[in-house]
Design a protein around this ligand. Structure first.
Ligand code: RUQ
Ligand code: CUA
Length: 764
């Protein structure tokens, strides 16, 4: 009967495609007409459309710009999956609201000053042999020279390090091929250590630098005690990249104001923009970091703010650094997958310069230099370093590599285009217009030794007319480009409504292995067991003079305890552990008017700490709609006025409804009826091959937990009934039913999953 009904519906849909009366769903042609879509639009739609339940092939980590966050989205669907709080508090994740994450943000204080935003620019994923491996993500903050470490096990920020010597930075975060170091290059020159010197002494006292932050992969932390820097001239260092394969052991850093201009428009001098674009060339800094590491380990350093710095004089003596001229106002520097070439774009140039690492190394080894800069750093003649210069268009900035050999994509800021070209032969192959003024671009694993090709995303600086207007501040525009064929095809515009993404980095989704739940009682910010995590049944309230610590659990749909009494002025710590094991069963914890919100994923322990400075009765509640009785997941924080006697423990019993034997019997019957439904669902599940479905196995485990809780509650109801305590008997029977409802909810989800995924009935 049912299948007959389906067949007739399908027949109707087919008929309408053929052009007869459209009774059922609209046909493709109808939709095209109604929405004025072309055939090409449909092809593009098909390239990005991701049917419900299907997932993306690649995951992009994009800088969140001024939001100080990271944006995570899928490719090709361009669906945003997460914003990760990094330099900025993010309440949904409890970031900056729970004590554990506050400690991470605290690490980001610069010279004692709390900074609650970041100008995040360049994310970088950990690499193994130059291939992105998906274990950790780094991102820099330009405004305050900082680097953050994000674990890709849970997509949470776990560490922020502050550069001890720089004023600002831009050339971070870039990793060496085995993530030995995270590279961070300064931007605007300053006195190293963030000290003072008059601008008249700019040439002598101001400096740039590159820092090599040691990364301890096993601990997942940057180790400041094993990190070092190299002093550089005050040239406004810019982007950087690490050498790989052929150029492993070297790093490359651009610069853009080798003129060392200091501005002064108000003093009648021309502005910075004139003074910094006067010379025809700036410098690419070539640094032998492996050798620098030896020099640092040999102790040939000067300590600035307790941080070892290889001074320029030493760097020159040891042959660690050389300069190569770059055309006017360079910007991006991108090493090819084999490490043999370095592509540099010039903002005020029309061509990209392709440097040969082999030539650079030959000149460095042979000490073949044309001159020295004012600080004595040797300069390699550009002719001795160039492979080719290729006219691309106006304002070439950044480059990303394809999986096909010799193919590179470069952003053209002024032309608002992406150009596809061959850097081996120096030929332009294709151009596509983007909207508008593209900055960075990202190809899939396009900065690694094994780029994956397929897609490219243009990170445009201006959106102008692309989206529905939302006021003078426009969303950013990320445009997806299909690069699988000879011609690039622009297929999708995605508005980014969070901040200006500078760079983004992409990884094959199957390389990421995030957690479903934490080991019970984990402090997610340290990855360690939380010392105050408790299991259900061991919850407690610990009172010390002036301080109350509540070790609490959260599970669908209640907190334990539910009534917490403290005295005005007490420091209150709620240490909440989510005792769920089920996937996606996050609980929140907010205390009304106390600026508290936690996000507690299964297994996590997080702490809300505040001074109960105002007497009153405040509700705390779960902020994630976790179950049918989510609204009931609440409790009272009773802050009694100072000096008032403690209310008697069973005071609360006087509140609310009174229950009788009739109420109990009614509730009991509901429970036994519900059990019949549950038994039938369980019967269906166990009759199938459900064990072949990992997701269902997890659901069954969760449902079994709930049924065990139900059994406990039933026992309590029975015991109270035996004593004719109809009040508690009725309430415990109600709780029994709550657990049954949860078990049924999970069971039905499992049943639907099995039906939709073709489970076989194996048993009778
Ligand atoms: S950049 S302005 Cu990466 Cu082109 Cu920061
Ligand atoms: Cu837990 Cu809502």
């Amino acid at each position: 009967m049912r299948s007959l009904f389906r067949a007739s519906v399908a027949g109707l849909a087919l008929a309408s495609v053929a052009g007869t009366a459209a009774i059922a769903a609209e046909s493709l042609q109808d939709v095209m007409k109604r929405r004025s879509l072309t055939e090409k639009d449909l092809v593009n739609a098909a390239k990005t459309y991701t049917p419900t339940g299907k997932r993306d092939e690649f995951i992009v980590f994009s800088s969140g710009g001024q939001s100080g966050q990271v944006i995570v989205y899928g490719v090709p669907s361009m669906r945003i999956l997460k914003y990760i709080g990094v330099f900025t508090p993010e309440p949904w994740q409890g970031y900056g609201f729970d004590e554990e994450s506050k400690k991470v943000l605290e690490q980001g204080k610069v010279d004692g000053r709390e900074i609650r935003w970041g100008d995040s620019h360049h994310p970088a994923i950990t690499e193994t042999n130059g291939e992105v491996d998906g274990e950790y993500l780094f991102i820099n903050d330009k405004s305050a020279p900082r680097i953050a470490v994000i674990s890709l096990k849970d997509f949470e920020t776990q560490q922020i390090v502050v550069n001890p010597i720089m004023q600002s930075e831009h050339g971070g975060a870039f990793v060496t091929p085995n993530s030995e170091y995270v590279i961070e290059a300064a931007q605007y020159p300053g006195v190293l250590g963030r000290g003072y010197a008059p601008l008249s002494e700019f040439n002598e006292k101001f400096r740039g630098a590159v820092t090599y932050w040691k990364f301890d992969r096993a601990r997942g932390r940057i180790v400041p005690e094993q990190s070092f820097s190299i002093e550089l001239p005050p040239y406004s260092q810019d982007l950087s990249d690490a050498g790989k394969l052929a150029s492993d052991g070297y790093s490359f850093t651009n610069s853009f104001c080798a003129e060392r201009y200091v501005g002064g428009i108000e003093r009648g001098r021309p502005p910075f923009e004139a003074g910094c674009s006067q010379a025809d060339v700036d410098y690419l800094h070539v640094i032998n970091w492996k050798k620098a590491e030896q020099v640092y380990k040999a102790g040939k350093v000067t300590m600035i703010n307790d941080h070892p710095v290889i001074m320029m004089k030493t760097a020159i003596e040891e042959g660690l650094v050389a300069l190569v001229a770059e055309p006017k106002s360079p910007h991006g520097v991108d090493v090819s997958p084999d490490g043999k070439f370095i592509v540099v774009g010039g903002k005020l140039d029309t061509q990209a310069s392709v440097y040969s690492f082999e030539k650079i190394k030959t000149a460095m080894d042979a000490k073949k230099f044309v001159s020295k800069d004012p600080y004595g750093i040797p300069i390699i003649d550009i002719k001795d370093a160039l492979h080719k210069q290729v006219p691309l268009g106006l304002g070439p900035l950044h480059s990303q590599y394809d999986s096909k050999p010799c193919i590179v994509y470069t952003s053209l800021y002024v032309d608002s285009q992406v150009v596809k070209w061959d850097y081996c032969e120096g030929k332009v192959l294709d151009k596509v217009s983007v909207h508008y003024n593209i900055g960075h671009l990202v190809a899939m694993e396009g900065e690694s030794t094994k780029p994956k090709g397929k897609y490219l995303i243009a990170l445009n600086k201006l959106a102008i007319d692309r989206f529905n207007p939302v006021g003078p501040l426009h969303p950013q525009n990320h445009q997806l480009i299909d690069i699988s064929g000879d011609k690039m095809e622009l297929v999708y515009d995605m508005p980014v409504p969070l901040g200006e993404p500078h760079y983004a980095t992409a990884i094959s989704a199957d390389k990421l292995k995030p957690l479903v739940r934490y080991a019970y009682g984990t402090d997610s910010r340290t990855g360690m067991a939380h010392p105050q995590a408790v299991r259900p049944g061991s919850e407690k309230i610990v009172r010390e003079p002036g301080k109350v610590t509540v070790m609490m659990t959260a599970i669908r749909s209640h907190f334990t305890p539910e009534i917490v009494e403290v005295e005005e002025g007490d420091q209150v710590n709620f240490v909440v552990t989510n005792s769920e094991r089920a996937e996606d069963e996050t609980h929140g914890f907010a205390v009304s008017t106390y600026n508290v919100n936690l996000s507690i994923e299964p297994g996590k322990t997080a702490t809300a700490s505040f001074k109960a400075d105002k007497p009153g009765v405040f509700s705390y509640y779960c902020t994630e709609f976790c179950s049918a009785l989510h609204l009931e997941m609440t409790g009272f924080l009773v802050v009694k006025p100072k000096g008032l006697a403690t209310a008697s423990a069973d005071d609360s019993v006087k509140a609310g409804q009174t229950y009788t034997r009739t109420d109990f019997d009614k509730q009991y019957k509901t429970c036994t009826d519900t059990q019949v439904v549950i038994d039938s669902v369980v019967g269906y599940i166990v009759s199938t091959n459900f064990k072949d479905f990992k997701d269902v196995v997890a659901l069954v485990e969760d449902a079994t937990d709930q049924l065990n809780f139900a059994k406990d509650a039933r026992t309590k109801a029975d015991e109270a009934a035996k004593k004719q305590d109809w009040q508690n008997a009725t309430l415990w029977a109600g709780q029994w039913w709550q657990y049954q409802v949860k078990a049924a909810d999970i069971g039905l989800r499992a049943k639907t999953y099995l039906e939709q995924n073709g489970a076989k009935i194996s048993k009778k």
